[in-house]
Design a protein around this ligand. Structure first.
Ligand SMILES: N[C@@H](CCC(=O)N[C@@H](CS)C(=O)NCC(=O)O)C(=O)O
Length: 208
Protein backbone atom coordinates (compact mmCIF):
# COMPACT_ATOMS: atom_id res chain seq x y z
CA UNK A 1 0.00 0.00 0.00
CA UNK A 2 1.24 3.45 -0.85
CA UNK A 3 0.57 6.53 1.26
CA UNK A 4 0.79 9.94 -0.33
CA UNK A 5 1.63 12.25 2.51
CA UNK A 6 3.35 15.40 3.66
CA UNK A 7 5.36 14.59 6.79
CA UNK A 8 4.60 17.80 8.71
CA UNK A 9 0.84 17.41 8.27
CA UNK A 10 -1.05 16.17 11.34
CA UNK A 11 -3.51 14.57 8.90
CA UNK A 12 -0.69 12.44 7.54
CA UNK A 13 0.95 11.78 10.85
CA UNK A 14 -2.09 10.16 12.47
CA UNK A 15 -2.25 7.65 9.61
CA UNK A 16 1.45 6.91 9.77
CA UNK A 17 1.43 6.39 13.53
CA UNK A 18 -1.51 3.97 13.25
CA UNK A 19 0.25 2.05 10.46
CA UNK A 20 3.38 1.75 12.62
CA UNK A 21 1.27 0.66 15.58
CA UNK A 22 -0.38 -2.08 13.49
CA UNK A 23 2.90 -3.16 11.94
CA UNK A 24 1.64 -2.32 8.44
CA UNK A 25 4.38 -1.30 6.09
CA UNK A 26 3.41 1.55 3.80
CA UNK A 27 5.33 2.76 0.82
CA UNK A 28 5.64 6.50 1.39
CA UNK A 29 5.40 9.11 -1.32
CA UNK A 30 5.92 12.68 -0.21
CA UNK A 31 3.67 15.26 -1.84
CA UNK A 32 5.42 18.59 -1.45
CA UNK A 33 2.57 20.92 -0.56
CA UNK A 34 4.78 24.05 -0.49
CA UNK A 35 5.73 23.29 -4.11
CA UNK A 36 2.10 22.77 -5.12
CA UNK A 37 2.56 19.09 -5.98
CA UNK A 38 -0.94 18.36 -4.66
CA UNK A 39 -2.36 20.54 -7.45
CA UNK A 40 -0.75 18.56 -10.26
CA UNK A 41 -3.08 16.45 -12.48
CA UNK A 42 -1.43 13.17 -11.37
CA UNK A 43 -2.34 13.80 -7.73
CA UNK A 44 -5.75 15.36 -8.49
CA UNK A 45 -6.61 12.07 -10.21
CA UNK A 46 -6.04 10.35 -6.86
CA UNK A 47 -7.72 12.96 -4.72
CA UNK A 48 -9.87 15.56 -6.49
CA UNK A 49 -9.94 17.53 -3.22
CA UNK A 50 -6.18 18.01 -3.69
CA UNK A 51 -5.49 17.07 -0.09
CA UNK A 52 -3.10 14.62 1.51
CA UNK A 53 -3.14 11.97 2.85
CA UNK A 54 -4.30 9.54 0.16
CA UNK A 55 -3.83 5.78 0.22
CA UNK A 56 -3.53 3.53 -2.80
CA UNK A 57 -4.07 -0.18 -2.32
CA UNK A 58 -4.01 -1.86 -5.73
CA UNK A 59 -6.91 -0.34 -7.67
CA UNK A 60 -8.47 1.11 -4.56
CA UNK A 61 -7.82 4.77 -3.73
CA UNK A 62 -8.88 6.20 -0.39
CA UNK A 63 -8.68 9.72 0.98
CA UNK A 64 -9.62 11.27 4.35
CA UNK A 65 -7.28 10.39 7.20
CA UNK A 66 -9.96 8.86 9.45
CA UNK A 67 -11.26 6.62 6.65
CA UNK A 68 -7.68 5.55 5.91
CA UNK A 69 -7.01 4.71 9.57
CA UNK A 70 -10.22 2.64 9.75
CA UNK A 71 -9.23 0.84 6.54
CA UNK A 72 -5.82 -0.02 8.01
CA UNK A 73 -7.51 -1.25 11.20
CA UNK A 74 -9.78 -3.50 9.13
CA UNK A 75 -6.66 -5.15 7.71
CA UNK A 76 -5.63 -6.27 11.20
CA UNK A 77 -8.68 -7.84 12.83
CA UNK A 78 -8.44 -8.16 16.59
CA UNK A 79 -6.10 -5.18 16.98
CA UNK A 80 -6.36 -3.24 20.23
CA UNK A 81 -6.79 0.21 18.63
CA UNK A 82 -10.42 -0.51 17.71
CA UNK A 83 -13.12 -2.66 19.26
CA UNK A 84 -15.72 -5.20 18.21
CA UNK A 85 -18.04 -4.04 21.00
CA UNK A 86 -20.69 -1.79 19.38
CA UNK A 87 -20.71 0.81 22.16
CA UNK A 88 -16.94 1.10 22.34
CA UNK A 89 -16.78 1.25 18.57
CA UNK A 90 -19.37 4.04 18.52
CA UNK A 91 -17.46 5.91 21.21
CA UNK A 92 -14.24 5.70 19.18
CA UNK A 93 -16.10 6.77 16.03
CA UNK A 94 -17.59 9.71 17.93
CA UNK A 95 -14.09 11.07 18.60
CA UNK A 96 -12.96 10.44 15.03
CA UNK A 97 -15.91 12.46 13.68
CA UNK A 98 -15.56 15.13 16.37
CA UNK A 99 -11.93 15.49 15.50
CA UNK A 100 -12.47 16.12 11.81
CA UNK A 101 -15.66 18.19 12.21
CA UNK A 102 -14.55 20.41 15.09
CA UNK A 103 -11.16 19.94 16.72
CA UNK A 104 -8.91 19.53 13.69
CA UNK A 105 -10.70 22.43 12.00
CA UNK A 106 -10.23 24.74 15.00
CA UNK A 107 -6.53 23.81 15.21
CA UNK A 108 -6.23 24.19 11.44
CA UNK A 109 -6.96 27.91 11.67
CA UNK A 110 -3.78 28.41 13.73
CA UNK A 111 -1.76 26.17 11.41
CA UNK A 112 -2.92 28.13 8.40
CA UNK A 113 -2.52 31.59 9.90
CA UNK A 114 0.85 31.02 11.61
CA UNK A 115 2.58 28.43 9.44
CA UNK A 116 1.06 27.87 6.01
CA UNK A 117 0.80 31.59 5.24
CA UNK A 118 4.51 31.96 5.93
CA UNK A 119 5.34 29.30 3.37
CA UNK A 120 2.95 30.75 0.83
CA UNK A 121 4.21 34.28 1.45
CA UNK A 122 0.56 35.11 2.07
CA UNK A 123 1.10 37.79 4.70
CA UNK A 124 0.68 38.03 8.46
CA UNK A 125 -1.92 36.18 10.51
CA UNK A 126 -5.34 37.78 10.10
CA UNK A 127 -6.56 38.97 13.55
CA UNK A 128 -10.20 38.20 12.64
CA UNK A 129 -9.29 34.62 11.74
CA UNK A 130 -7.20 34.22 14.93
CA UNK A 131 -10.17 35.47 16.96
CA UNK A 132 -12.45 32.96 15.26
CA UNK A 133 -9.80 30.27 15.86
CA UNK A 134 -9.59 31.15 19.55
CA UNK A 135 -13.35 30.95 20.00
CA UNK A 136 -13.51 27.55 18.35
CA UNK A 137 -10.37 26.25 20.03
CA UNK A 138 -11.53 27.11 23.55
CA UNK A 139 -15.00 25.75 22.91
CA UNK A 140 -13.69 22.34 21.87
CA UNK A 141 -10.58 22.24 24.08
CA UNK A 142 -12.91 22.63 27.08
CA UNK A 143 -14.86 19.57 25.94
CA UNK A 144 -11.69 17.53 25.50
CA UNK A 145 -10.04 18.71 28.71
CA UNK A 146 -13.17 17.96 30.74
CA UNK A 147 -13.53 14.52 29.16
CA UNK A 148 -9.93 13.63 29.98
CA UNK A 149 -10.26 14.29 33.72
CA UNK A 150 -9.46 11.02 35.53
CA UNK A 151 -8.86 9.25 32.24
CA UNK A 152 -5.63 8.06 30.79
CA UNK A 153 -6.98 7.62 27.26
CA UNK A 154 -9.97 8.96 25.36
CA UNK A 155 -12.00 5.74 25.24
CA UNK A 156 -11.94 2.93 27.79
CA UNK A 157 -8.70 2.29 29.61
CA UNK A 158 -6.23 1.78 26.80
CA UNK A 159 -4.88 3.56 23.77
CA UNK A 160 -7.19 3.51 20.73
CA UNK A 161 -7.20 5.03 17.27
CA UNK A 162 -9.17 7.93 18.79
CA UNK A 163 -6.06 9.02 20.72
CA UNK A 164 -3.92 9.02 17.60
CA UNK A 165 -6.61 10.87 15.65
CA UNK A 166 -7.37 13.62 18.15
CA UNK A 167 -3.79 13.83 19.45
CA UNK A 168 -2.32 14.42 16.01
CA UNK A 169 -4.28 17.66 15.75
CA UNK A 170 -2.12 18.94 18.62
CA UNK A 171 1.13 18.09 16.92
CA UNK A 172 1.90 21.65 15.82
CA UNK A 173 0.54 23.33 18.94
CA UNK A 174 3.73 25.26 19.75
CA UNK A 175 4.79 26.13 16.21
CA UNK A 176 1.26 27.31 15.36
CA UNK A 177 0.68 29.10 18.69
CA UNK A 178 -2.43 27.27 19.86
CA UNK A 179 -3.88 28.95 22.97
CA UNK A 180 -3.51 25.65 24.85
CA UNK A 181 -1.62 26.55 28.05
CA UNK A 182 -4.57 26.36 30.41
CA UNK A 183 -5.62 22.85 29.40
CA UNK A 184 -3.74 20.67 31.88
CA UNK A 185 -5.59 17.41 31.20
CA UNK A 186 -4.97 17.75 27.49
CA UNK A 187 -1.29 18.44 28.19
CA UNK A 188 -0.98 15.34 30.40
CA UNK A 189 -2.74 13.09 27.91
CA UNK A 190 -0.83 14.43 24.91
CA UNK A 191 2.37 13.89 26.91
CA UNK A 192 1.48 10.17 27.05
CA UNK A 193 1.03 10.08 23.28
CA UNK A 194 4.41 11.76 22.81
CA UNK A 195 6.04 8.95 24.76
CA UNK A 196 4.77 6.25 22.38
CA UNK A 197 7.49 4.77 20.16
CA UNK A 198 5.03 4.66 17.25
CA UNK A 199 4.37 8.37 17.69
CA UNK A 200 8.06 9.20 17.83
CA UNK A 201 8.67 7.12 14.72
CA UNK A 202 5.97 9.03 12.81
CA UNK A 203 7.60 12.42 13.50
CA UNK A 204 8.75 14.38 10.46
CA UNK A 205 12.53 14.37 10.01
CA UNK A 206 12.58 18.09 9.25
CA UNK A 207 10.01 20.62 10.27
CA UNK A 208 9.29 21.86 6.71
N1 LIG B 1 -10.15 15.98 6.36
C1 LIG B 1 -8.94 15.71 5.65
C2 LIG B 1 -8.02 16.92 5.74
C3 LIG B 1 -6.81 16.78 4.85
C4 LIG B 1 -6.07 18.11 4.73
O1 LIG B 1 -6.61 19.18 5.06
N2 LIG B 1 -4.83 18.06 4.25
C5 LIG B 1 -4.07 19.29 4.05
C6 LIG B 1 -2.68 19.18 4.66
S1 LIG B 1 -2.75 19.14 6.40
C7 LIG B 1 -3.89 19.51 2.55
O2 LIG B 1 -3.54 18.60 1.84
N3 LIG B 1 -4.11 20.75 2.08
C8 LIG B 1 -3.89 21.13 0.72
C9 LIG B 1 -5.09 21.82 0.12
O3 LIG B 1 -6.14 21.91 0.78
O4 LIG B 1 -4.98 22.28 -1.01
C10 LIG B 1 -8.26 14.46 6.22
O5 LIG B 1 -8.54 14.14 7.38
O6 LIG B 1 -7.51 13.78 5.51
Amino acid sequence: MKLYHFPVSPNSRRVLAVAYHLGIELELETVQLPKGEHLKPGFIKLNPNHKIPALVDGDFVLWESSAIMLYLLSKKPGNTLYSSDPETQADINRWLFWNIAHWNSACGIFIYEHLVKKFLNAGDPDPAEIKKGEELFHRFANVLDHHLKDREWLVGNHLTVADYAVGASLDLKEAAHYPADQYHEIKRWYGSIEKLETWKKSAPANFM
